[in-house]
Design a protein around this ligand. Structure first.
Ligand code: PSU
Ligand code: MN
Length: 306
């Protein structure tokens, strides 16, 4: 394995993989750049607890001092949530971060890659990155989307972040041949809310059906990922039209302040927190918890197939 010299699997994850138990990978940019302290570390712990409750072992993935960690202990999680500065490690950054012994959170793209290298087929996140609004002039398309063409991992998310251009994100995924499967929905959800009118061609209503599709995709495609769209529970959804107004405001502010590239997503998420008086953070937490539950159930169901 290419990663071996840099890899540190914690004992629990290593044992689970050896014993062929259900494991769920988790990203860490949401800890370092997506959520404020202390909600970030509370979220990370709670997500791990939810995954355990549903019969799987959590494997949070992050880089610490030039090593790729799969599974973090409590101290490492706190370190990741509190120390600054931390890198946001996307696919292009990996070799540099390893060479310089840096630490940081892994994006969806990097987490998918590490998960597939160590043999973890299921991954839970909040919302994936995608095609940004105004991408026709900025060209800003998250490398998360490209990763779905090369890492065979099933990613459970509440759609793509509403701060993005969702129709373009779906078009891009279609072009790249990435299955997008609605879980108990026929619409592509928008992170903070569920009803978008963006219809999905494929949807399933049970974990068993989902596991069957994922398993077959792995067998027949072999090299690409699957995006599972799991909408935020209704009780925690924000009101679509008011959230949309605030998103437009945040996107304009980013443009005026010349914020772009890798800094854009963290900026927009943090502006959304302020503009919604913290409500966006609460929704973000709840949708991540929901994704963790579905991912754990899926990981267990996949183990029951083989
Ligand atoms: N989802 C969240 N919060 C986040 C992210 C996703 O709820 O912070 C992070 C993910 O790590 C994702 C990244 O991979 O944002 C996308 O960044 P970019 O658009 O720069 O590729
Ligand atoms: Mn980008």
């Amino acid at each position: 394995m290419k990663l071996k010299p840099f890899l540190i699997l914690n004992e629990e994850v290593e044992e689970a993989l050896l014993k062929n138990q259900a494991v769920v990978a988790l990203e860490s940019t949401i800890i370092t750049h997506g959520l404020p302290y202390p909600q970030n570390v509370e979220m990370a712990r709670q997500v791990e607890a939810i995954i355990r409750q549903h019969g799987a072992i959590p494997a949070t993935i992050a880089f610490l001092k030039g090593k790729i960690h799969v599974g973090l202990n409590s101290e490492q999680l706190t370190q990741l949530a509190t120390s600054q500065p931390f890198e946001k490690i996307s696919r292009r950054d990996i070799a540099f971060v390893l060479a310089k012994n840096l630490s940081g959170g892994t994006t969806v793209a990097t987490t998918m890659w590490v998960a597939s290298e160590v043999g973890i087929p299921v991954f839970a996140t909040g919302g994936i990155g995608g095609v940004h609004r105004k991408a026709e002039s900025t060209f800003d398309i998250s490398s998360d989307l490209e990763e779905f063409t090369r890492s065979p991992v099933a990613v459970v998310s509440a759609g793509a972040k509403a701060i993005l251009d969702l129709p373009k994100t779906l078009e891009y995924l279609e072009t790249k041949g990435v299955p997008v499967i609605g879980f108990k929905t026929k619409e592509f959800p928008a992170f903070y809310y569920a009803k978008t009118g963006l219809s999905l061609k494929t949807s399933v209503d049970t974990i068993q059906e989902l596991a069957k599709v994922i398993d077959l995709h792995r067998q027949v495609d072999g090299q690409g990922g699957v995006l599972i769209a799991n909408p935020i529970p209704e009780a925690f959804a924000l009101e679509a039209s008011s959230i949309e107004r605030l998103i437009q405001q945040a996107v304009e502010e980013a443009e005026q302040q010349h914020i772009k590239g890798y800094a854009l997503t963290p900026f927009l998420l943090s502006r959304m927190k302020t503009l919604t008086h913290g409500e966006s953070v609460e929704s973000n937490l709840q949708l991540v918890f929901h994704n963790a539950e579905v991912a754990a159930k899926l990981a267990v169901a996949l183990k029951q197939i083989h």
